[in-house]
Design a protein around this ligand. Sequence first.
Ligand SMILES: Nc1nc2c(c(=O)[nH]1)N[C@H]1C(S)=C(S)[C@@H](COP(=O)(O)O)O[C@H]1N2
Ligand SMILES: [Mo]
Length: 294
Amino acid sequence: MLEVGIAGAGLMAATLAPALVEPLFGMTQRKLQYVESNLSTHGEKLTSLDAVTTYNNFYEFGTDKSDPSQRAFTLRPEPWTVSIEGLVASPRRYGVEDILKMHPSLEERVYRHRCVEAWSMVIPWIGIPLGSVIRAVQPLSKAKYVVFETLYVPKQMPGQRTDVLQWPYLEGLRMDEAMNPLTLLSVGLYGETLQNQNGAPIRLVVPWKYGFKSIKSIVKIKFVEKEPPTAWNLSVPSEYGFYSNVNPNVSHPRWSQAKERRIGEFLKRDTLMFNGYGDQVAAMYAGMDLKKYF
Ligand SMILES: Nc1nc2c(c(=O)[nH]1)N[C@H]1C(S)=C(S)[C@@H](COP(=O)(O)O)O[C@H]1N2
Ligand SMILES: [Mo]
């Protein structure tokens, strides 16, 4: 149970008898209590909740945009633990509620989301900065990268019986990227707990990078010394790099990244360098050849 910042969870459970309801309707979402963050993106129309929860990439449930919302009811996001391990003071498993206690409150963060496939959304996430978690668990000074791993249970994630990707889905960030104030561990959106198709119960959100870096349904966070392998880089190294910062000037080998289709809009928009978050993140890449580090 997400005990932190949830109003009326017990009442909901008693009223709706989730054991009976869940197999029929999927997960019952709970309202979250949160504060608004001054790191939110302003002046953009939010993508509808309907689009955010029915147009998804989550290959563990299939490769069509509608597969995750139709098939992810098999995922059981409660109870859930995240193993924090590797080069860290005291490696152990944490309940999601223990992780959320590492920051004073849940925050709402409105961010642009830019998929490498050249579509985009604006999503009101709820979560806590990953940096607060990293400070709380104290990585050793040798730790230079953070690895994230998605649940690997083919019974719950039927797409894992196919070989569209190597499982489990893996992602990684350099330590300074992981500590950047924009990097969010999200447990909700639109004021409620995450639906399974969005990566329940806990997923990463890295708004200046292509969407595939924002790994869903995380069960492991590991601190390591060397740049780690990532799922898409392992599968198609010629098309997907480790950094994968949004960059309108570097084309994907098979399409341009100069423009994007904002879901719900008709005309294409220009894609922004670092997805518009350059003021907060560009300094981390000073001296790097941005053409090379896609
Ligand atoms: N485990 C896992 N995480 C994943 C993916 C995936 O297939 N598996 N897809 C990624 C891609 S390509 C995108 S664009 C975003 C989509 O997040 P959303 O469906 O919540 O908008 O999730 C990312 N995280
Ligand atoms: Mo994506």
